[in-house]
Design a protein around this ligand. Sequence first.
Ligand code: FA5
Length: 342
Amino acid sequence: MEIQLNKLKEKILSDLEKVTDSSAWRDLEIKYLGRKGELTKILRSVADLGEAEKKNIGKLANNIKTEIVAKFAAVKNIILEKSVNQSFIDATLPGQEIDRGHLHPITQVQNELEDLFTSMGFMVIGGPELESDYYNFEALNIPKYHPARDMQDTFYIDQKNKAGEYDLVMRCHTSPVQIRAMQKYGAPLRCIAPGRAFRSEATDACHDHTFYQLEGLMIDKDISIANLIAIIKELLNGIFKKEIEIRIRPGYFPFVEPGIELDIKCTICNGKKCPACKNSGWLELLPAGLVHPNVLKAGGIDSKKYSGFAFGLGLTRLAMMKYGINDIRLFNSGDLRFLEQF
Ligand code: FA5
């Protein structure tokens, strides 16, 4: 048994020399010192020896066990020290960057415009996206069955009122806010109403089914087209920070008289014609005009005392031109590769 004990001791010590991590160390501990471990078994069998042998072998066995246990402890310390050194944290290293979100490019342009207009004394207001037929059309001088309703492909809500008519629509423009503002605040009045509009469009590079407009309305005594053009120039200079070529042509909208269309030279192709400007070199950006007397009346304002201008800026298209984006559908795509560029 003496030989057996010494052989086992040599084997354990040589195995321990090779141990480099705590899981291998733990395996060895179980193998030799565990309840059914090899050394434990031999130590247990000492009890079966004769008295004389028990004394000598017992002493030797205990010495070997003490030596082995100490060696196990020493090896464990070395392993622990090594792992502490490996997991050292260098507090002087730069931290890990945390991804932060940012405002959508349309919101950024909207915020810029809100700042610009509030600096000129305009209020910023909102209105419902689900509108009544009255505010979306009738109060804007577009009676039922009037052909001007065909100018936009409107989403009607599949729900009839008590008279059996479909009278709810997803607003096809921000113009209904004109009436709501006049009814609420009266004259004189200066306000803008940014927000979404919806149309059942066949989408292309410059048309989407959901897009942003920014309605502008100014009502006071002796307001003329000259006031309108001055404000629009201010707006374009503020957004583009450079002179932008514009053209003004007559435009028909039942809620203004006279009506104009203001186009800007396409900033994507610089007027050379591309899909973003429907190959015309110009982009229809801002229809406007002097508020029709019937509209003032619907808003509760005396058209003999007051006049006003209104415009309906295509906010999404303005963002396209500002950032040089050649397809409007990218804005609502949710594609982070696009959005992260702003
Ligand atoms: C209107 O919506 C009128 N309510 C504007 C108005 C207001 C006129 C006040 C007079 C007085 P229009 O349908 O042209 O007009 O749209 C206005 C602008 O919205 C367009 O010039 C264009 O820039 C933008 N727009 C229109 N349809 C779309 C679309 N499908 N996708 C993206 N932008 C659009």
